[in-house]
Design a binder for this molecule. Structure first.
Ligand SMILES: *Cc1c(COP(=O)(O)O)cnc(C)c1O
Length: 436
């Protein structure tokens, strides 16, 4: 796979370099030069295939020049170790549960695949690296778990103080060994800016082997396309009425970009719903054609509190570049906190199903889409996290106690360990220079 920078000022790179650099030096994003279409026969027979078989075919299609079949198989068997089932709410409305991995959020797909592919390259070169990652909630836990105790890799996680849930915080701050958590007095955008700046800093670059694990890393995007194929396969197998509409609860737009990648590889999809909370930069863009980043606002769906989505340019290019092409395949809707709570209650009462706030935003997005375009479709709502990660919101909204999976309950008793820090780059850099 050859990759170019969207800013157009850096040389093309191969897969390995794109993964370890994370960001091109011109501050753009790495994009695959081409996305080959999968054979029609593969698409026609999807319903016969497991998610691991799908993952293999997609990887071979994209990365066949970089990795051997055996290497691809090994990376997949290390990372795609859990299922992504669809669960029916009613005929034609399905929830794609992406929270069956170790951190109970969809980010496990990207983080584990990235850890496996990095560790594959590091074994070959015998190098050591330091991962820097900013999290709005779920990335940190998935990355911490994905890279935990991996030889040659240490991880520094930056998270916004007081803006992640208790369980999310515990997932970031209770691992030892190679994982360190920094509690930043600022927003997620501040954390992300610190990480970005570190990657552009010549002194840090020359002293350390820094790598990014944010959704800007291309190795996180690729595995997120697997479950779109898998969801389609399951829906078809169940005899659902196609075409499919995917509703994607979105923040940095990595997940939605991965879906469009699947679409470009030949997966038949009618539309993607860009479902956001009041941080509705992309829905606004889809209406007006103007992209206007704003400071992020805090909401119940905190993993989507993003005011300047880092994958926006990728999404734009993947969807065809021109506004009209993007509008054809991506439909934007937003849902505020009051409506999010109402939706969680409605779904619980109607279907006896508990959704996390992010998933509820996607459910409401599908409802709005159907009001505008009709219900003659199979709607698949991506459920990006287990509800128990947002316990106070869920219990407060539903007005009752809910069951917590054992592995999350154990976490709550553990002691938090984090280093507090202001959000100025100078202090952050000094810390890195001292610690690493
Ligand atoms: C990260 C996250 C999102 C947003 O995903 P993007 O790829 O950044 O758009 C949505 N829901 C949950 C639970 C998340 O953790």
């Amino acid at each position: 796979m050859k990759l170019y920078s969207t800013a157009g000022q850096s040389p093309d790179v191969d897969l390995q370099e794109a993964i370890f650099r994370g960001l091109p030096p011109d501050n753009g994003l790495y994009m695959p030069e081409s996305i080959p279409v999968l054979p029609q026969e593969f698409i026609d027979n999807l319903d016969q295939k497991s998610i691991q078989e799908i993952a293999f075919a997609v990887c071979k299609n994209l990365l066949g020049n970089d990795l051997t079949d055996a290497e691809i198989s090994s990376i997949i068997s290390k990372s795609i170790t859990f299922e992504a089932p669809i669960v029916e709410l009613e005929t034609g409305t399905e929830v794609l549960e992406l929270f069956h991995g170790p951190s109970m959020a969809f980010k496990d797909f990207g983080a584990r695949f990235m850890a496996a592919i990095m560790s594959h390259y590091l074994q070959k070169s015998q190098q050591e690296i330091r991962i820097l990652v900013a999290t709005s909630g779920d990335t940190g836990g998935a990355v911490a778990q994905g890279f935990y105790d991996t030889p040659g890799i240490s991880v520094t996680i930056l998270y916004p103080k007081g803006k992640v849930s208790d369980i999310q915080e515990k997932q970031l701050t209770t691992l030892d060994k190679n994982v360190t958590a920094l509690e930043i007095d600022g927003t997620f955008d501040d954390c992300q800016a610190l990480v970005k700046q570190a990657f552009l800093d010549e002194e840090l670059r020359s002293k350390f082997n820094l790598a990014s694990a944010n959704s800007i890393n291309i190795s996180r995007l690729i595995p997120q396309s697997f479950y779109y194929f898998s969801a389609y396969a399951q829906a078809k197998k169940k005899g659902n009425k196609l075409p499919i509409v995917f509703s994607v609860p979105s923040g940095n737009f990595g997940n939605l970009s991965a879906g469009i990648m699947a679409y470009q590889m030949g997966l038949p999809i009618k539309a993607f719903i860009a479902a956001t909370n009041v941080n509705k930069i992309v829905p606004d863009f889809l209406k007006s054609g103007k992209y206007e980043p704003k400071p992020s606002q805090e909401t119940l769906s905190n993993a989507m509190d993003v005011g300047n989505p880092s994958n926006f340019v990728r999404m734009q290019i993947l969807a065809g570049g021109e506004l009209e092409k993007i509008q054809n395949i991506v439909k934007g809707y937003h849902t505020d906190d009051a409506k999010t709570r109402e939706t969680m209650k409605e779904v619980f009462e109607k279907y006896d199903y508990i959704m996390c706030p992010h998933t509820a935003v996607a459910y409401d997005g599908l409802k709005q889409y159907r009001k505008e375009f009709g219900s003659d479709n199979c709607g698949i709502i991506l459920s990006t996290a287990h509800y128990a990660k947002f316990l106070p919101t869920v219990e407060g909204t539903l007005g009752q106690k809910v069951l917590i999976p054992a592995r999350l309950e154990e976490l709550l008793d553990k002691q938090k360990v984090a280093i507090s820090m202001n959000c100025d780059f100078k202090g952050f850099k000094e810390y890195l220079l001292k610690e690493l």
